[in-house]
Design a protein around this ligand. Structure first.
Ligand SMILES: Nc1ncnc2c1ncn2[C@@H]1O[C@H](COP(=O)(O)OP(=O)(O)OP(=O)(O)O)[C@@H](O)[C@H]1O
Ligand SMILES: [Mg+2]
Length: 379
């Protein structure tokens, strides 16, 4: 494996350029939304009296200087819009019925569906209407506790933003203690290079394609940037070097997710939270863990936080989550999501076979709700 020292990284580092990636439009959800999607406003030509060619105007402008421009104005314009050909709104290649019977059928289907299914339709509808971002956004995923799911949440969140919202997303392993993020990639997708290699070479890299050897590019579109394999190289990754790395990554990605370690008072965690546009705080819902995580938050200046109660036990033995959420809200952790403990998720992650659509509905829905909460906080 190729590794670099900080000497290599520092060498030749110039001023990081800044740039901005454009947001592609969100795709409509695959599942039926709660109501038939309203059709987009008709084009100005639709239903209006079409302008006739104006020979008089053309003649008036027919002077030598009007020349070619005048002749173009005189020609009849093609005014056939797509809505002229497909008069009814369409979804998946079929006309959408909007009559009373169709509305009744939609209402019945919605009402008779399970609560989880309705939540999925609702969140799909929300995801289809995420406002465009105005600049690249950084998300820090933190917890003072080990093993609670920082890497898992970084990974599933990144996959969701890439696959459902078509955002250009990179998740990077900022855990100084042998992070596991890059290992979640399927074997054939892994990169042998690390974030230290990318930083060392960054002054020579100008196009997105030149980043490919450094990242694992997953089928969902998510890119993973791994930590150096050698602890001494990782130990040299100071906040200053992370800052340069983030400046560089923001030229190519719309969203950068930082999967951090447990040291909340470390300069790196402090830097990450300061630098991030929003922070995702992970805990399990047990009082012992949640109280510890809550206590650690006083060392951080959070501005926009989302709480994830991960590995939540399913069933009645669970404690009172509303009380936990209310306490976190006092620390600017306004929104929250509860992700259940899910053996299938654990095995998917461990075998490099994670797929959102193959998750159980009871896990998929909260994962999407978490993604929507984060996406609506983007600036
Ligand atoms: N909701 C869940 N259901 C089942 N297993 C989970 C869930 N979330 C995480 N896990 C599993 O828990 C283990 C620890 O998760 P993860 O590595 O994401 O934690 P972490 O907070 O990043 O740990 P570390 O502090 O070591 O970086 C992994 O085996 C992961 O697959
Ligand atoms: Mg981790």
């Amino acid at each position: 494996m190729e590794t670099r020292s900080v000497g290599d990284i520092e060498q030749g580092q110039g001023e990081a350029q800044t740039g901005q990636a454009a947001s592609p439009p969100a795709e409509p959800p695959a599942q039926p939304p709660t109501q038939p999607r309203t059709r987009p406003p008709a084009t100005p030509n639709r239903g209006a009296v079409r302008p006739e060619p104006d020979p008089a105007g053309a003649t008036a402008r027919g002077s030598a200087e009007a020349g070619e421009e005048g002749m173009r104005s005189a020609a009849p314009r093609a005014t056939m819009s797509r809505q002229d050909v497909y008069v009814r709104p369409m979804r998946a290649g079929k006309p959408i019925s909007t009559g009373p019977m169709a509305r009744m059928a939609t209402w019945l289907k919605y009402t008779l569906s399970s609560e989880l299914q309705r939540r999925e339709w609702d969140v799909d509808e929300q995801l289809a209407h995420v406002p465009p971002m105005t600049r690249p956004n950084t998300v820090a995923v933190i917890s003072p506790k080990g093993g609670v799911g920082k890497t898992t949440i970084s990974f599933v969140l990144g996959n969701l933003l890439a696959s459902e919202l078509r955002m250009r997303v990179v998740a990077l392993d900022a855990n100084p203690d042998f992070g596991t993020l890059a290992s979640l990639a399927p074997d054939d997708f892994r990169s042998q290079r690390s974030l230290a290699d990318l930083l060392a070479d960054s002054t020579h890299l100008d196009s997105p394609a030149e980043l490919h050897p450094y990242v694992a590019r997953l089928p969902t579109g998510l890119h993973l940037l791994g930590a150096p394999a050698h602890a001494e190289v990782m130990a040299q990754m100071s906040p200053g070097l992370y800052s340069r790395l983030l400046d560089f990554l923001e030229r190519f990605y719309e969203v950068v997710i930082l999967d951090l370690g447990t040291g909340i008072t470390d300069p790196l965690a402090q830097f990450a939270v300061d630098r991030a546009d929003q922070t995702v705080v992970i805990t399990t819902p047990e009082w012992v863990t949640a109280a510890g995580v809550l206590g650690a938050l006083r060392y951080l200046q959070l501005e926009q936080g989302t709480l994830v109660l991960n590995q939540a036990p399913v069933g009645r033995q669970a404690g009172n989550r509303e009380v936990i959420e209310a306490n976190f809200r006092r620390h600017a952790v306004e929104t929250s999501a509860t992700i259940p403990y899910d053996d299938r998720l654990r095995v998917m992650l461990d075998t490099g076979t994670y797929s959102l659509s193959d998750l159980k509905l009871s896990t998929r829905v909260p994962v999407k709700e978490l993604g929507a909460a984060i996406a609506f906080n983007f600036v």
